[in-house]
Design a protein. Structure first.
Length: 266
């Protein structure tokens, strides 16, 4: 923080996505405990250090000597760190697996939504009641993502899709972007067009439609390269609220699913 510099390892995932003006929150911790310690804004894109700056920023210690990084501005080290307890974990959408939350904090650089960033800055912030339509439905749908990914080849989307995989080996399941995490990023096998698949997961209709539109825009700007981009929202029900929230431009369609429970005698 004193150097106003963040050193980035050569193999750190998502390092190439860092851009000047991005806001960041710094997490410090291990598998046993952890906390968010402060925030800053990036004053540069990722860049390579020359020999002189490597020596200055290394402070004579090999551990701190790096080849690349980003400059920082608007730095704040919080007097009261934001402890990552069960309460905070429950509020962060980018942590989809609440039991194994550490998998979402590994890798050095993670893209999160503006909503999640604001929650980290203010842990006392509570989700508004209208943000979750049904707590029971939300609990069930937390497992929907894993089910779809595990059974992807058997699910009929109306066309042949495959889960996207980029040149860095990052798969389309919970695909990281500067706009947040896409639930499942796919491509049509025949045309190569991109498909953003989002799960409603108890959200209000306006929120999930806006989120899907945001991801479509990001994919169109960063990955599409002339290919078309559309969206699929998977929801429990297709009610009037969701129907009226959809844009007139038919780039987003809705598919519904059913959950079937069967009780058997032991």
């Amino acid at each position: 923080m004193k150097d106003r510099f963040w050193g980035i390892g050569k193999a750190t995932p998502n390092r190439k996505r860092l851009r000047r003006g991005d806001e960041v929150a710094f997490y410090v911790g291990s598998q046993e405990r952890g906390f968010f310690a402060g925030q800053a804004k990036l004053a540069s894109d990722l860049f390579q250090l020359d020999a002189q700056r490597k020596n200055v920023l290394g402070h004579g210690q090999g551990y701190f000597r790096v080849d690349q990084g980003v400059d920082l501005t608007d730095i704040m080290t919080w007097d009261e760190p934001r402890v990552l307890d069960s309460d905070l974990i429950g509020k962060l959408d980018f942590i989809s697996n609440k039991e194994k939350y550490m998998v979402h904090l590994m890798g050095g650089v993670r893209a999160i939504s503006k909503d999640d960033f604001d929650v980290i800055l203010d842990p006392a912030r509570r989700a508004k009641e209208e943000d979750i339509v049904s707590p029971a439905e939300f609990e069930l749908e937390k497992y929907l993502h894993d089910f779809i990914v595990s059974n992807f080849e058997r699910i009929d989307f109306g066309q042949k899709l495959e889960v996207f995989k980029d040149e860095d080996g990052q798969t389309g399941s919970e695909y990281p972007t500067s706009a947040g995490y896409i639930d499942i990023l796919c491509r049509e096998k025949q045309s190569g067009d991109f498909v953003v698949v989002e799960l409603k997961k108890g959200q209000i209709s306006d929120k999930v439609v806006g989120q899907t539109q945001r991801y479509i825009g990001w994919v169109r700007e960063n990955l599409a390269k002339g290919n078309r981009v559309r969206g699929i929202i998977i929801a429990r029900d297709f009610d009037d609220k969701l129907r009226f929230a959809l844009p007139v431009d038919p780039k987003i369609e809705v598919k519904t699913y059913e959950i079937d429970f069967r009780l058997r005698n032991a």
